[in-house]
Design a protein. Structure first.
Length: 318
């Protein structure tokens, strides 16, 4: 079957020409109203710290100084000379910066947005090392930052801090009760963990954190272990210290799975020691005195009964 297709080439060419002309006119109008990039100069720089109310490691002035140090601060520079990718890369290299974004609008204004890293624990090791660990297990240098966060002290190197203390502190900080109750983690030479609470003048030993070379398994084991120990501690607070008194013990050990070992406060021990324990001779003497007193009372009672009996007989005779 043969189909004849007749194309009006003249009409097609005219329509195509009209379309091309229309596109050209649009481009001309846009380019007419849009200034050339090399003629635009940055007259405004806006630096925004996204989470400045939660963390105070950075401020706008510090960001500005860093950009000036590397000749990246965009003020009064032609837009064509501003490299937003370089600005972002240098900002992210700062120890307290988590993310950085930079963009330029048509007027040439530059906007910089920065988010800060979030610390979960401050480490002050016996070696003198002093730093923070953030919520991604990264190490942050010490600064003037002040916050109500847990402090880890004792026998801690950086590897142990990242692999173990980070997980322990994260678990505590994620729980409202323990975040408000625990203020310090102390690592003993044998790597046993002591917790220092805000309420109750005592120290809690939860034992050694489970070791494992696999990061995921290690995190899971630590989470299970710490959860179990803190649950035992909470039950002890509820059913033990509430009845015995928060000041009765100065050291509480949860190291053993089947028992909780408590050490009495020294002041109470001293009071107990100050009360003399009677000797066997003194006990015997006290018993003899009691026996003599009893015999005397019995004799008095017997004599009274005899007198009463005589009195009754005399009355009958009369």
């Amino acid at each position: 079957m043969h189909i004849n297709v007749n194309i009006d080439w003249k009409r097609t060419l005219l329509i195509s020409a009209d379309v091309v002309m229309a596109v050209y006119m649009v481009l001309v109008l846009v380019s007419w109203h849009k200034p050339k990039e090399h003629d635009v100069v940055c007259n405004k720089v806006v630096i925004r710290i996204e989470d400045e109310h939660d963390n105070v490691f950075l401020d706008e002035e510090e960001v500005k100084k860093l950009l000036e140090k590397y000749d990246l601060y965009p003020m009064l520079k032609p837009v064509s000379k501003i490299n937003t990718r370089d600005i972002e890369r240098h900002l992210v290299s700062m120890p307290f910066v988590k993310t950085a974004q930079c963009h330029i609008n048509q007027a040439g204004d530059v906007y910089v947005a920065v988010t800060q890293r979030t610390p979960v624990v401050r480490v002050k090791a016996d070696s003198g090392d002093d730093y923070y660990i953030d919520d991604n297990a990264g190490i942050m240098p010490n600064s003037q930052y002040t916050s109500d966060m847990i402090v880890a002290t004792g026998n801690i190197d950086r590897a142990y801090a990242v692999r173990y203390i980070y997980h322990l502190a994260s678990i505590i900080m994620a729980d409202d009760l323990w975040r408000n109750q625990i203020e310090q983690i102390n690592v003993l030479p044998d790597r046993s963990i002591e917790l220092v609470p805000r309420v109750g003048d005592n120290i809690i030993n939860i034992g050694q954190l489970p070791a494992n070379n696999n990061p995921r398994q290690r995190a899971a084991l630590i989470e299970e272990f710490v959860g179990r120990q803190l649950n035992r501690l909470q039950l002890f607070y509820k059913h033990g210290l509430c009845h015995a008194g928060w000041k009765k013990y100065d050291y509480i050990s949860l190291e053993f799975s089947n028992q909780i070992v408590c050490h009495r406060r020294q002041a109470e021990t001293d009071i107990e020691k100050a009360t003399p324990t009677p000797s066997p001779a003194e006990v015997k003497e006290e018993e003899n005195k009691t026996e003599d007193n009893k015999k005397t009372e019995d004799k008095k009672s017997e004599d009274k009964k005899t007198e009463d009996k005589k009195a009754k007989e005399t009355k009958k005779t009369i």
